[in-house]
Each structure stands twice: as C-alpha cells, then as structure tokens.
Design a protein around this ligand. Structure first.
Ligand code: PNS
Length: 180
C-alpha cells in the first residue's frame, strides 16, 4: 500500500490543487492532503475552513483523506509512513519555490518529493491570485471548486471589516494622544 502526501496552504483550495490531488491519487494507493502552515504567509481562511473546503472538494475521490498539521511536514511524513510528497508545478517560479522545500523535507525525513506538471489550462490558477481577484470584487467561481468562491468572498468581507475596525482604533488612539 503506497501513501503520498499532498501538502499546501490551500488558502483557498483551487482547481489546480484538485488536479494535482487527482494525479497523485492515480500514482499512489492513498493520498493524504495536509493543510499546513506556511510561515511566510498570512492566511485569509482559518485552518478549519481550509480543511472543510478541501474535504468538500475531494468528496467522491476514493482513497483521498484530508487533515491539518501544525508542525514540521517532515514529522508528519515520518509518522504517517508516507513514501512520497506530491507537488504540482506550473512553471519555473514553482520550481524555485519548491526545490528547497523538497530537499529539506528529504534531509529531515528521507521522503522524496514527486513533482507533477499540472493541467496547462490551469497554469494561471494560484491561491494568491484568486484572493487578489476576490478582494477586488472579481469573479473567481471558475477557478475554484464548488462552494469555495462563496467562502472566500465571505472571508474577504470579514477581512475588510476587521481592517476598518483596526483603523478606527488606531485613529481613536492617535486622537487621544493629540488631546490636551
Ligand atoms: O501551498 P504552500 O504555501 O506552498 O505550502 C507550503 C507548506 C504549507 C507545504 C510548507 O510551508 C510546509 O510544509 N509547512 C509546514 C512547516 C514545515 O515543514 N516547514 C519547512 C518546509 S521545508
């Protein structure tokens, strides 16, 4: 029985991710999708939301499980007995971003990363771009699995409201400092 891990931030899961998960499942008996924490990113969606959205997206894909992991991916790889990490590549920028992680994960866990070229028709689909489009009120429905667009739009509204509240608190504090 071969088990592969598809790790990522999935903030949010996109059709590109789903394509790579399907390709991973075609190569391995079982696939665990791991929603992890990327220290370089500030997620829009909570871990629970991201897990739930990926779970909904993979309904019907037999042998695919979803979980979250708040630690080193290498530790998850060892604990789960995974024989590979599977990551999708859209282009050269992905190679630059992924190669170091693949080497480090192999160094720490002994588990290799298999790079899969994703569907060329989805090469422009990235979570960061999906969020940017949504923040500017653009349509993202055909870039993400069903149900994800609504969750992203709701999170963008929450984010904007939190930013307005924070600005109001800062303004009030500045006004207090200026008061005689
Ligand atoms: O979708 P992303 O943001 O490229 O996914 C990156 C992720 C979450 C897979 C990576 O940051 C990760 O593995 N985080 C867990 C902590 C860890 O193991 N860091 C060292 C990575 S070599």
């Amino acid at each position: 029985m071969t088990l592969a891990v598809c790790p990522g931030s999935f903030d949010p899961v996109t059709l590109g991710h789903l394509d790579v998960i399907r390709r991973a499942r075609a190569m391995f008996d079982e696939v665990v999708v791991v929603v992890g924490h990327n220290a370089a990113k500030h997620p829009l969606l909570s871990v629970d939301e991201r897990v739930m959205l990926v779970q909904t997206a993979v309904v019907g894909l037999e042998g695919v499980m979803v979980t979250s992991w708040d630690g080193l991916l290498a530790d998850f790889l060892v604990r789960s007995g995974a024989c590979a990490v599977v990551k999708g590549l859209r282009g050269g920028a992905d190679v630059d971003a992924e190669l170091g992680m693949a080497l480090l994960n192999r160094h720490l866990s002994g588990v290799d990363t298999v790079f899969v070229p994703g569907d060329g028709a989805l090469a422009h689909v990235a979570s960061s771009l999906v969020k940017d489009v949504a923040r500017h009120g653009g349509a993202i429905d055909d870039l993400v699995p069903i149900g994800v667009a609504a969750a992203v739009r709701a999170a963008v509204v929450r984010e904007a409201s939190a930013a307005r509240e924070a600005a109001a608190v800062r303004e009030a504090a500045a006004a207090r400092q200026l008061a005689p």
